[in-house]
Write a protein that binds this ligand. Sequence first.
Ligand code: NAD
Length: 256
Amino acid sequence: MGLVAGKVAMVTGAAAGIGRSTALLFAAEGAKVVVSDIDDKGGEETAAMIRASGGEAIFVRADVSKAKDIAALAAAATKAYGRLDCACNNAGIEGKITPFHEQPESNFDAIMAVNAKGVFLCLKAEIALMRKNGGGAIVNLSSVAGLIGFPGLSPYVASKHAVIGMTRNAALEHGKDGIRVNAICPGGIETRMLDSLADQASGGKLSTHDMMDPLHPIGRIGKPQEVAELIVWLCSDRAAFVTGAAVPVDGGYTAQ
Ligand code: NAD
């Protein structure tokens, strides 16, 4: 039996990176998966990968920063599978590395709209669905940037601190509804987002590994699958007493 056998799981930003690995692992551990993203091609591909390995999945296009899209996503999930047990609010963007005093207002607004408001809108919709079936478990993607600062990334850092605040509040308000809500805080993970940050930080001079591996006490950056393992465990009944937590999965980054 899989860790989440018989459950229905939803993953935003599941066309690539950590979201795709999480969707695939939910399916491998027995869940039916609602794959969502703004990238139709990548999202359809993730759902097809699940079906090709014998699982059940649908793709639903949704921009997490738009309330209308999230309402339609919740409706599509209910129509397809009738309930929601697990959700991973993963969609996120990083923006441009810029000193604080030069940060364009548009950069702040764009990042907060996806990373903070997106999690807010998804939490609202998911909690409403989970209350109908007597409970569930939600994991929000924060970051090591939700725990400490990173020069040049002030809107991203603000958005990821906001995710931890919302996680705590949702956990406090809905524990008695049987809903657990946790945040996870990855360090550098091998995805497009980290390539973009490494490229910006080194001015294109260093590869992601050369730039980021030495910053982690474990000696390397992480793999999307290593983050997915924590997410799916937190969504499983094995984590029944874990809620309101912000759990690092960072190769020791924040232990320094
Ligand atoms: P990624 O860029 O590979 O994937 C992000 C996915 O989100 C993409 O498929 C993209 O299309 C989707 N997306 C972007 N905007 C969206 C929107 N408005 N609505 C719906 N989907 C949208 O990035 P990743 O590294 O896999 O990041 C996933 C999450 O993990 C993000 O929240 C990120 O901040 C967080 N994170 C990543 C790292 C890292 O090192 N990669 C570290 C800490 C936290």
